[in-house]
Design a protein around this ligand. Structure first.
Ligand SMILES: [Zn+2]
Ligand SMILES: [Zn+2]
Length: 251
């Protein structure tokens, strides 16, 4: 780096101090996240479920249950990841979107590209237009844009639209979540997705019902296949104990 670049970087740092993309604390230029978050953040380690993307010992999904082929996520939705996703949703934090988007792109490379899966387009879970107006941005779209840039696949904006405002999914049981999103999405221009293999982006996978409903809608519109990537996946706290009992400790 030349002297001029170094000066420019120092000036930019003074004007816009770097912040941890997860908690917002000030960080040095050589840090990606703060030391506290680097202790708390939980990356998903192999073996992982080849359907829902959870660590295998926490997975309870069955083949054929979902319309999408697979989901992958770099992080477990706990502590630091929760904070970062909350920042991204409610604090208009572009550096958080970039941080998560780059991690998601890495997961796409290792879990999809390395297995020979290729995508025609990147799409994302839409917000209802009233919610979009009040928030001013859709974090799933910002993530999808970073992922699309990183993996060099075109972003297809507005492939899906949300037809109505439903109740927040996190307040509902699994069956209620399913009903809550049924018919919530549509594809305004089916010719844009017809015959295509799509990568669907969202911020977090909890029950997977939103991703599934989006995938059902895209497949009904003629898409060939839908794969998913989210920044983090929720793991049911009671699951590890059950699975550990079934498979043995350390599985
Ligand atoms: Zn932090
Ligand atoms: Zn699974």
């Amino acid at each position: 780096m030349g002297l001029l670049d170094t000066i420019k970087e120092k000036v930019a740092e003074a004007a816009y101090p770097r912040r941890c993309p997860l908690c917002g604390a000030l960080i040095n230029s050589n840090e990606r996240i703060c030391s506290r978050c680097s202790k708390d953040v939980e990356f998903i380690r192999r073996p992982i479920c080849r359907i829902c993307g959870r660590p295998l010992y926490t997975c309870a999904c069955r083949r054929g249950e979902n319309a999408f082929v697979r989901n992958v996520s770099p992080l477990v939705y706990t502590k630091a990841a929760k904070k970062g996703i909350h920042r991204m949703k409610f604090n208009d934090s572009p550096y958080s979107c970039t941080y998560f988007g780059k991690l998601m792109a890495n997961s796409v490379r290792t879990e999809y590209f390395d297995c020979g899966v290729r995508f025609d387009c990147v799409v994302y879970v839409p917000m209802h237009r009233d919610d979009f107006r009040s928030r001013g941005y859709n974090q799933a779209m910002l993530l999808a844009r970073t992922v699309a840039d990183e993996i060099e696949v075109p972003l297809l904006s507005k492939a899906l639209v949300k037809n109505f405002r439903n109740r927040p999914q996190h307040t509902l049981s699994f069956m209620e979540r399913k009903r809550n999103v049924q018919g919530a999405f549509s594809v305004p221009r089916p010719e844009l997705v017809k015959g295509k293999t799509l990568l669907l982006c969202d911020d977090v996978t909890t029950s997977g019902t939103t991703l599934n409903e989006c995938a059902v809608t895209l497949l009904d519109a003629g898409a060939k296949a839908v794969y998913c990537v989210t920044a983090a996946v929720a793991v049911m706290s009671e699951m590890p104990a059950i699975k550990a009992a079934a498979f043995g400790a350390g599985y």
